[in-house]
Design a protein around this ligand. Structure first.
Ligand code: FES
Length: 159
């Protein structure tokens, strides 16, 4: 097992910040054109030392294990960051604790970056914007009327 696969496995053994956040200040949802996976991220801000910083972040994913692992790490990393600091983080930085993502998994990190940017009110270059105004990710998916386009890709961690 590669170092990357081991880190993904370790992270998935205890994923952080998974689930909808009832009192969130903002939410962002993106879908990947590459694989059809989707990810939603919630952000809650607080005031600290006169600055508005991220108090907590959470995510919900219909995505692969890598996206879940990156989102778990990213939502931990975001705590205490200002919106500007958070928006400057790219996919490679958000997934840095996993090490370099394999080429076919790079878009998984971009999915997390896209959800973050969307939650921060920015447009992401590399993600499709699914329909908003739904409370759960599954509702978003069903609203798309294309359930067959959602592909859940699993990492074969035993290879
Ligand atoms: Fe699509 Fe990982 S997010 S395979």
């Amino acid at each position: 097992m590669s170092d990357f696969e081991q880190k993904v496995r370790d992270t998935l053994a205890d994923p952080k910040n998974q689930g909808e956040m009832e009192d969130a200040d903002s939410v962002g949802t993106v879908g990947s054109a590459d694989c059809g996976d989707m990810l939603r991220m919630w952000l809650k801000f607080t005031e600290k030392d006169g600055k508005k910083v991220i108090d907590k972040a959470s995510f919900q994913s219909f995505g692969c294990q890598t996206a879940i692992a990156v989102a778990s790490m990213a939502t931990e990393m975001l705590k205490g960051k200002t919106a500007e600091e958070a928006s400057n983080l790219n996919a490679a930085e958000l997934s840095a604790d996993l090490g370099a993502l394999p080429p076919m998994k790079i878009h998984c990190g971009q999915l997390v970056e896209g959800a973050l940017k969307n939650a921060l009110g920015e447009k992401s270059d590399n993600q499709e914007q699914p329909q908003e105004n739904s409370s759960t990710l599954s509702q978003t998916i069903s609203q798309q009327n294309k359930p067959s386009s959602i592909k859940i890709v699993k990492l074969d961690l035993d290879d």
